[in-house]
Design a binder for this molecule. Structure first.
Ligand SMILES: NC(=O)c1ccc[n+]([C@@H]2O[C@H](COP(=O)([O-])OP(=O)(O)OC[C@H]3O[C@@H](n4cnc5c(N)ncnc54)[C@H](OP(=O)(O)O)[C@@H]3O)[C@@H](O)[C@H]2O)c1
Length: 310
């Protein structure tokens, strides 16, 4: 594991669907994964199976999505050996005081002995007896201390965080109990929420950034962005493919969600072409801003986004 105080690095190799990111632990994570948030029952099993049979080797899920069991079934149905698949899941907020139980529940539902990456879903330690309240005697630093204990049990190959702004990451890294630097920070990243400062900060700490809602999520306003549509048309690619390529070329992994076999396939057509520096710049310079995942739904007083991560 990547110990605090070491000079840590994460780097990219390969292009398109062959992109692989070496994490600060030395493990290699495929750059393109299938997202599964909001994938409905009876859809996600088939989606996971189809994606794996079409070449995807990275699946992103979470206890909070309520679909780990179907994701596990999809993996089995695909016939792709477990050791060829990168599987990420996440610890849900009301489980922060129950990390061993959280991972046990995920492993049972996913029908696997280990996950490749276990993320703290949000820096919010929510009281399971009253979801509107946070614990008063526990915070994300305590949760991370407990997550660190999973390393070496064989149940998790890497641990990381999600939805961490620089402020909370600094707090986490400064804590005496923090000995392991997160391998990944999974955050919202798309051309209308590019967060260049946070990306740079993650990189400076040797933390890989995964882009969630990398297409702008459900009913994405980006699908109507004129600049993006023109660029895609000129390129002979879909706007979604252009956004995914933009993400990969910014050295972030991308985890587009789809339950449509056609779109799952199209989102994986990323080989043999790239965006030029100028095209990258164009997509990085879109003026509109929106955020898919805010923090208003978390218990009062929980500060997750500090407004400087756009
Ligand atoms: N850590 C976190 O807190 C967090 C938060 C949000 C998301 N995530 C992860 O990131 C993943 C991706 O984010 P997301 O689900 O918010 O959204 P997304 O991947 O940005 O967008 C998904 C939406 O785009 C549609 N879509 C996908 N490919 C398309 C294509 N080629 N053409 C047209 N429409 C297309 C999907 O519909 P169809 O399914 O109908 O194709 C769906 O409505 C999630 O699924 C989840 O795994 C993590």
């Amino acid at each position: 594991m990547a110990q605090k105080g070491q000079q840590l690095k994460t780097f990219k190799e390969g292009k398109g669907t062959k992109t692989v990111f070496t994490l600060n632990t030395g493990d290699k994570m495929p750059g393109v994964g299938l997202g599964t948030w909001q994938s409905k029952p009876n859809e996600v099993r088939e989606a996971v199976k189809h994606a794996l049979q079409s070449g995807y080797r990275h699946i992103d899920t979470a206890l909070a999505y309520g679909n780990e069991s179907e994701v596990g079934d999809g993996i089995i149905d695909s016939g792709v050996p477990r050791n060829e698949i990168w599987l990420t899941t996440k610890l849900d907020n009301p489980w922060h005081k129950r990390v061993p139980e959280g991972i046990a529940s995920s492993l049972k539902d996913l029908k696997t002995d280990y996950v490749d990456l276990y993320l703290m879903h949000w820096p919010s330690s929510t009281d399971p007896d009253d979801l509107k309240k946070s614990y008063t005697d526990w915070n994300f630093i305590d949760t991370w201390r407990e997550m660190q204990k999973l390393v070496g049990t064989g149940k998790v190959r890497n641990i990381g965080v999600s939805n961490f702004d620089q402020e909370n990451l600094e707090k986490l890294l400064a804590a005496d109990s923090t000995t392991i630097v997160p391998a990944v920070n999974q955050i919202e990243l798309h051309p209308n929420h590019p967060s260049p400062k946070l990306l740079k900060y993650n990189q400076s700490q040797g933390i890989h950034s995964t882009a969630y809602s990398c297409l702008g999520s459900t009913d994405s306003p980006l699908y109507k962005d004129k600049t993006l549509l023109e660029l895609a048309e000129k390129k002979g690619k879909t706007p979604q493919q252009c956004m995914l390529m933009w993400g990969l070329q910014r050295e972030t992994s991308v985890i587009p969600k789809s339950v449509s076999p056609k779109r799952i396939d199209a989102n994986f057509e990323l080989d043999g072409w790239e965006l030029t520096d100028e095209e990258m710049q164009t997509l990085s310079s879109l003026k509109d801003r929106f955020k898919v995942c805010g923090d208003g739904w978390l218990p009062a007083g929980v500060k997750v986004f500090f407004g400087n991560d756009e």
